[in-house]
Design a protein around this ligand. Structure first.
Ligand SMILES: *Cc1c(COP(=O)(O)O)cnc(C)c1O
Ligand code: SF4
Length: 347
């Protein structure tokens, strides 16, 4: 008898989908039938910050449409290389705010853990394009430094996992953290900020849901979708599984020129998200990070869009319009006079 060959380790489905992400701009354009389109695709921008997009997300892009709102979020363009005044490297001041290894404790009651620097997708507007967070992630060293910070400060009631994308860590790694957090009595809530259930819904597997369902705290999961087209049946199924595991689902979006800067797009995003069991939370004004200036929507336009949403949507389908200001103790509401800037409509 021939001895059976040892079974190869079965890679998990999500890790395989992760590895198979599209990384070549030419391949992406070919998949969309855009190889001949006059798009100002930039090799140099792709060297600065690589293209990376899971195939399932590409499948939600419209074939043959160079203006597709999902494509615009991931395609490296010449526009990223143009210097813009006010757009810098540390747009939100996090460089200065790190209290320990990967812990940002700027807001009362909440400690944000930069769990990892990895993401399954590279969003062109992200501050992460300049900060790979190679060394300072909270997961390094068995979460020891982060746990010490949390255990040592009884005002921290909520632990917020962010990144990068915290769900890019193996579930066993996440469990390592939450097992240790159980013995810290002042921790009362867990929050996870993640784009993976949107861009790589395969990540929401049985193992992840079993971990979530067994946690002793109420859990909020803040996903990140900017356009209604980011939802499809696979995302719906992932959202249902997360809700069945007991999590409350919220969405944060970034207001992006050419992606979601119309009332119809914002209304559709809120409605489509709600159909999947997700309530809108924040609509962020762009962090002014170098390379993202072409996505910016000015405050007057943002306020007008927001007012139009208020006029037309159920209150619970209207996100809060905010911006992150370095040194502030919370997200700052964008108001007609909120940050002292004279908006064009008032001038
Ligand atoms: C955004 C953010 C939070 C969470 O703020 P909420 O308004 O509670 O969503 C916490 N800590 C830091 C450092 C943040 O940037
Ligand atoms: S998923 Fe979030 S952290 Fe990752 S690149 Fe996109 S915006 Fe940045």
């Amino acid at each position: 008898m021939i001895p059976a060959a040892p079974l190869p380790m079965q890679p998990r489905r999500w890790q395989q989908a992760w590895r198979e992400a599209v990384r070549d701009p030419r391949e992406l354009l070919a998949l969309l039938g855009l190889q001949d389109a006059a798009l100002a695709v930039s090799e140099e921008a792709a060297v600065q910050f690589a293209l990376r997009v899971p195939r399932g997300f590409v499948a939600r892009m419209r074939h043959g449409d160079p203006h597709d709102p999902l494509l615009r979020q991931v395609l490296p363009l010449d526009a990223e290389l143009r210097a813009a005044p006010g757009f810098g490297l540390d747009a939100v001041g996090d460089g200065a705010a790190k209290a320990g290894h990967g812990v940002i404790h700027k807001y009362a009651g909440r400690a944000l853990l930069v769990a990892t620097g990895s993401c399954a997708v590279n969003c062109r507007y992200c501050f992460r394009r300049h900060f790979p967070y190679a060394e300072e992630t909270a997961a390094a060293g068995g979460w020891r430094a982060a746990l010490a910070v949390i255990a040592g400060d009884p005002t921290i009631e909520e632990v917020l996992l962010s990144g990068g994308d915290p769900l890019s860590l193996a579930t066993s790694k996440l469990a390592e953290l939450t097992d240790a957090l159980r013995s810290i009595p002042h921790v009362r809530r867990l929050r996870i900020h993640t784009r993976l259930p949107i861009v790589l819904p395969e990540r929401v597997d049985d193992e992840l849901c079993a971990w979530l369902a067994a946690l002793p705290w109420p859990v909020a999961i803040v996903v990140h979708a900017n356009h209604a087209n980011e939802f499809d049946a696979s995302v719906d199924a992932a959202m249902r599984a997360l809700r069945d595991a007991g999590a409350v689902l919220l969405n944060q979006a970034v207001l992006l020129r050419g992606v979601n800067d119309t009332v119809d797009a914002l209304a559709a995003l809120a409605e489509r998200g709600f159909a999947a069991g997700v309530l809108p939370y924040y609509l962020h004004q762009l962090d002014r990070v170098a390379g993202a200036a072409h996505f910016e929507v000015d405050d007057a336009t943002a306020l007008a869009l927001h007012a139009a949403l208020v006029a037309r949507q159920s209150g619970y389908l209207v996100p809060r319009l905010v911006r992150e200001v370095a040194g502030d103790a919370s997200k700052r509401a964008v108001l007609p006079t909120g940050d002292g800037r004279i908006t064009p409509s008032m001038a």
